[in-house]
Design a protein around this ligand. Structure first.
Ligand code: NAP
Ligand code: MG
Length: 497
């Protein structure tokens, strides 16, 4: 995909980003009480381009107190739903107008090609935010009919203070999947973005304020996850932690809830998604192109990455050849260049981690069919996509979420074997099937232990469909009306007549 904005203007925007950011609190920009800051580094240039405050535990406590008092004063929670909806829609408009700047920020923070950040990620954030804004005044409460001498009202109320803790791979769109429904429901929200993508989240909040979010309704606290994230997840005032990130951290949050106030913990975690191509796929070339996209998009740093590819034996050689050709033809390079398909890995440590996995695959005896480990440009954190054949289910590259452009391709004999292989994972986030057989579509879709099943497609969705994982991929759901459960309390009011 090519950009309509000349790369020169994206470069000018990239060069004009502020050299430091504050946190976003009720009073506007603030520093950490320690005055400590953390550098944000561009993985493409290797240079620090800005810095953000490193909040302390005391800063978090202050920010939570503000959130609770703003909730209590009803400046947001007390508005009519239609008024909240109008602000969210105005916010979506401002984000849309600011799309290039946000895209460039994301690009510098974690290396995503700016045209993809704008056309996929920012666009998705705008779409979801608008959807919730428009939904705000269309929901109704319940009441059971036919009660002779009583009336029962089943209503929903905001929970109070929601903490959203988010990862760096899709910083804006994933944050918005939490902010929009939590705010629509009337809560006060504290966003703790991943350290390395804090700047774009801060800009998002600034735009929210310009759109009319009252002071303190949305605050952004920056700093180390181990300090700031833990302080939020152990705070006894925070009513809900809505988390997207790694399985390790997610599971820890359940423990933090248990030792504090039993807060709701909603988890969207890792994945190792199976992509299954049958010989009767309606368009094998399309399946091959999409399968390549599924493990390389965002340089493979995608929770739903199709990182295990299963192919029916009779077309295995053809598909494997096609995947290698497609993967090798992708343009790797400068994230500000509109012709770039894959940017660098998000950081030096992410590059090292993915490279270690590729080497471990070779050491364990898998056959690497594309470029040698480490090929391309180490200084730029650029890594060529790695296609592995002859993998076994005990290999690390087959079992672990790598979060890089690495795929294990394996043949299968029949449907039963495909299903067994697909479900042989600790994760349960996404799965895809390619086939023309309607009965098989239904059998496979029912059998796959995953929250999202795509048939003859990959990664499809609209704002109204839930996005949920199972097993070690998480609990609960983002998107649609389903997301609202965790951001609202149910109340039954029973009236005897
Ligand atoms: P991560 O290391 O788990 O970090 C996620 C967030 O948690 C960051 O804001 C991080 O802050 C914070 N954090 C770290 N330690 C914490 C602690 N002890 N307590 C509370 N918060 C803490 O994940 P990541 O590396 O940013 O993102 C990659 C992971 O996210 C992958 O596993 C991917 O599959 C998953 N993911 C899942 C989905 C989904 O919807 N299921 C979507 C996208 C990504 P710092 O940055 O300051 O450490
Ligand atoms: Mg991490």
């Amino acid at each position: 995909m090519t950009s309509t904005v000349p790369s020169t203007s994206l470069r000018a925007l990239a060069a004009s980003l502020p050299s430091s950011f504050g946190m976003w609190e009720a009073s506007g920009w603030t520093e950490a009480s320690s005055s400590e800051t953390l550098p944000l580094c561009d993985p493409w240039t290797g240079e620090k381009f800005t810095e953000v405050p490193a909040a302390t535990i005391d800063d978090v406590a202050r920010i939570v107190r503000t959130a609770q008092s703003v909730f209590d004063n009803r400046s947001w929670s007390g508005l009519a739903p239609v008024q909240r909806g109008r602000v969210l829609i105005a916010w979506a408009d401002l984000i849309e107008q600011d799309a290039d700047r946000l895209a460039v920020m994301i690009s510098r923070e974690m290396g995503k090609p700016a045209h993809q950040a704008r056309d996929f990620e920012v666009a998705s954030a705008v779409r979801n935010l608008r959807w919730y804004g428009e939904l705000a005044d269309k929901l109704t409460d319940d009441s059971p009919r036919g009660l002779h001498d009583s009336v029962a009202l089943v209503t929903r109320e905001p929970v109070g203070v929601v903490a959203a803790i988010t990862p760096w791979n899709f910083p804006i769109s994933l944050a918005m999947l939490k902010l929009a429904p939590a705010l629509m429901a009337g809560n006060s929200v504290i966003l703790k973005p991943a350290q390395q993508t804090s700047a774009s989240s801060l800009r998002l909040a600034e735009l929210g304020s310009l759109a009319g979010l009252p002071d303190g309704v949305l605050q952004v606290v920056t700093g180390r996850g181990s300090i700031v994230g833990t302080a939020l997840s152990r705070d006894a005032t925070v009513a809900c932690v809505s988390f997207t990130g790694s399985t390790d951290v997610g599971l820890r949050l359940l423990g933090d809830s248990a030792v504090s106030n039993g807060k709701t913990v909603s988890l969207e975690l890792g994945g190792k998604s199976p992509n299954i191509i049958f010989a009767d796929a309606p368009d094998l070339d399309h399946a091959i192109r999409t399968a390549t996209w599924a493990f390389t998009f965002n340089t493979g740093q995608m929770c739903t990455a199709g990182s295990r590819l299963f192919v029916e034996k009779s077309v295995y050689d053809e598909v494997l050849r096609g995947i290698c050709e497609q993967a090798s033809s992708l343009t790797l390079g400068d994230p500000l260049d509109p012709t770039t398909d894959l940017g660098p890995l998000s950081s030096r440590s992410q590059y090292d981690s993915v490279l270690e996995y590729i080497k471990s695959g070779v050491d364990e005896g898998a056959k690497l069919l594309t470029a040698a480990p480490g090929a391309v440009d180490e200084d730029r954190c650029l890594l060529a996509p790695a296609v592995f054949a002859e993998t076994t289910s005990s290999m690390q590259i087959y079992r672990d979420e790598i979060f890089g452009p690495v795929v294990c391709v394996q043949p299968f004999q029949d449907e039963a074997e495909a299903l067994r292989l697909a479900n042989d994972t600790d994760y349960g986030l996404g799965a895809a099937i390619w086939t023309s057989d309607v009965s098989r579509i239904h059998r496979m879709a029912r059998g796959l232990d995953a929250g999202n099943v795509w048939v003859n497609s990959y990664e499809e969705g609209v704002p109204s469909t839930p996005f949920a994982g199972r097993k070690l991929s998480g609990n609960g759901a983002d998107k649609g009306t389903y997301a609202l459960d965790k951001y609202s309390h149910l109340k039954t009011t029973w009236i005897a007549l």
